[in-house]
Structure formats: structure tokens, C-alpha cells
Design a protein around this ligand. Structure first.
Ligand code: CP
Ligand code: NVA
Length: 307
């Protein structure tokens, strides 16, 4: 319907756009730390639609929009017409006539795509069953801050081949790094899914220790993502040996960092020793959601800025 730029998957942006966004994130973060106001989105409005729970995504988008001089409106499916069967296409028409950008956290990726096709303003994926691009953008920015360029590095993904894993695979293809994936049997990345992401920058390992060997970044996520709660008991048994622990960090590169998008479950997907240990950068990672998304909002709403 239109040529508006949306951010629905990691591969929606080019390598050059990410180079700009990472640099802009650094600039925005430094300015924020100096308590210098930056209001490029004065009088602009972000609508945030949540069909799933959130702490970080809501907080970072809402605070971020405020800090950019605009405002954010929170809608959920429980107390809006979205939960009572209003067509996504109709909601997109109406919501996008009253706002400057829309962020959506929902179940199927197809919902956000249908919304975007009917939206007059940029649409941002705040997590779907398939992808979590805002999180990976912040994660890669965090890696760059701590260790420099991610090109040629190795990321070990331990656990579920979920929305986070899928997004790491897309990012690896685009930014030219490798992902070592280890999942329990039955939870592997299916070859057709890998094909869908168009990537050959990953390798699967039966043993998580092998996946971690020499890795520059070790990362994991919950064993049961939102929407899969009915499988929780079965997953707890299947994933028991996929807890990121001190032994796994020991075989990674000596300066490897640990990341987790949070919320975390100590004693399940990661030990307390690792997530609370010296190699963990999870708090910087969470904070960088704010700075990276401010760069993203500025870029989608007003475009590239030189200063
Ligand atoms: N990492 C992340 O997206 O956290 P929330 O679910 O709290 O938004
Ligand atoms: N994979 C998790 C990420 C939560 C931020 C989920 O989808 O629930």
C-alpha cells in the first residue's frame, strides 16, 4: 500500500543502516548520560500495542519516547477493541491516523505484517513468536560497546530455537558473524526454517559444551516462551542439560561475555554464578534497549540525522 519504512524483522535494515543506528545509539546514550535534552520527536506520538506481558519493552519504548520529546500510549488486547475481534487491518487504519509510529508485541508475525500493510506510519516489532529484532539490535550494540565489531565473531546460542535464536540467525547473515546453536533433541532449527532466514552463518551442535567452545558471546533465553506455557513441564525435562553454567563459560573465549534478554530463571537456563558473574553484561544489555530504540524511533519517524 505504501513505501513507509517498518521494522518487522532484523533483515528489514541493511548493514549500512545498522552502522548508522549503532553510531546514533552511542551518540544518544552519551547525550542522555550528560543530562542533555534531545527532543527530535517533540509532539509526536507512539502507540504501543501489547498482546503479551512486558517489563523492558514497554518501559524502554515509553521512557524513550518521552525522552525524545514525544509521548507514548499503551494499548492492550484486554481493554481495547483489539481483543474483541476488530480486524487488524481496520485497527491499523485508525491507529495510524492518530499517531506517528506503532510498536506491536503479538503472537504470529503475520499479524504485525498485516498491520504494517495497512498502516500510514512506521510499525515496529516489539516481539512476535518468530522474532525479537529490537532486542538483538540492543544486544549487538552491547557487544560492540564491550568488545568492538561483531563481524567474524562467534555467538553460542544455548537452549530453545525461539524468536531470539531466529533473530540472531538473521543478524549473523547480515552482519557477517557465526552462530553456534545447541538445542535439546526435538527443538533443533528445522532446515526449512534456516532456509527461510537465508543464512549459512550457523552450525548446530548436539552438545552445548561444543557450541560454547571458543565463543565470544554466550547467550540463552527462557525455556518456555510466552504463548508456549502448556509445554512448560515437558520443556523443563527436555532442557535440563542446557543450563548455561560455569563449565560452558570456561570453554568459551577467555574474554567471552554472557547475555540474556531477560527475564531470567536462575537454575533453569542459566546458573546464578554466570548471570551474576563477572562475564555477564545483562544489565548493560537491558539498559541499551532504551538507547537503541531511541535511535530506531528517531530514524523511522524523521530519518537520518547528521549531528
Ligand atoms: N527482553 C524483553 O523483551 O523483556 P520484556 O518481556 O520485559 O519486555
Ligand atoms: N523468548 C521469550 C523472550 C521474552 C523477552 C518469549 O518470547 O517469551
Amino acid at each position: 500500500m505504501n513505501a513507509i519504512k517498518h521494522y518487522l524483522q532484523f533483515k528489514d535494515f541493511t548493514r549500512d543502516e545498522y552502522a548508522y543506528l549503532f553510531e546514533r545509539t552511542r551518540w544518544i546514550k552519551e547525550k542522555f548520560k550528560r543530562y542533555e535534552p534531545h527532543h527530535p520527536l517533540f509532539d509526536r506520538t507512539l502507540v504501543m500495542i501489547f498482546e503479551k506481558a512486558s517489563t523492558r519493552t514497554r518501559l524502554s519504548f515509553e521512557a524513550g519516547m518521552h525522552q525524545l520529546g514525544g509521548s507514548a500510549i499503551y494499548l492492550n488486547t484486554r481493554d481495547s477493541q483489539l481483543g474483541r475481534g476488530e480486524p487488524v487491518e481496520d485497527a491499523a487504519q485508525v491507529i495510524s491516523r492518530m499517531s506517528d509510529a506503532v510498536m506491536i508485541r503479538t503472537f504470529e508475525q503475520s499479524v504485525i505484517e498485516r498491520f504494517a500493510e495497512n498502516s500510514r506510519v512506521p510499525v515496529i516489532n516489539g516481539l512476535t513468536n518468530e522474532y525479537h529484532p529490537c532486542q538483538i539490535m540492543a544486544d549487538i550494540y552491547t557487544f560492540i560497546e564491550h568488545r568492538g565489531d561483531i563481524k567474524g565473531k562467534t555467538v553460542a546460542w544455548i537452549g530453545d530455537s525461539n524468536n531470539m535464536c531466529n533473530t540472531w540467525l538473521q543478524a549473523a547473515e547480515l552482519l557477517d558473524f557465526n552462530v553456534h546453536v545447541s538445542t535439546p533433541p526435538g527443538y533443533e532449527i528445522e532446515p526449512e526454517r534456516a532456509g527461510l532466514y537465508g543464512t549459512n552463518h550457523f552450525e548446530q551442535f548436539a552438545d552445548p559444551m561444543d557450541a560454547c567452545k571458543g565463543a565470544d558471546l554466550v547467550t540463552t533465553d527462557v525455556w518456555t516462551s510466552m504463548g508456549f506455557e502448556a509445554e512448560n513441564e515437558e520443556r523443563m525435562k527436555a532442557f535440563a542439560d542446557w543450563c548455561v553454567d560455569e563449565d560452558m563459560m570456561q570453554v568459551a573465549a577467555p574474554d567471552a561475555v554472557f547475555m540474556h534478554c531477560l527475564p531470567a530463571h536462575r537454575g533453569e537456563e542459566v546458573t546464578a554464578g554466570v548471570i551474576d558473574g563477572a562475564q555477564s553484561v545483562v544489565w548493560d544489555e537491558a539498559e541499551n534497549r532504551l538507547h537503541a530504540q531511541k535511535a530506531l524511533l528517531e530514524y523511522l519517524v524523521i530519518g537520518r540525522v547528521d549531528s
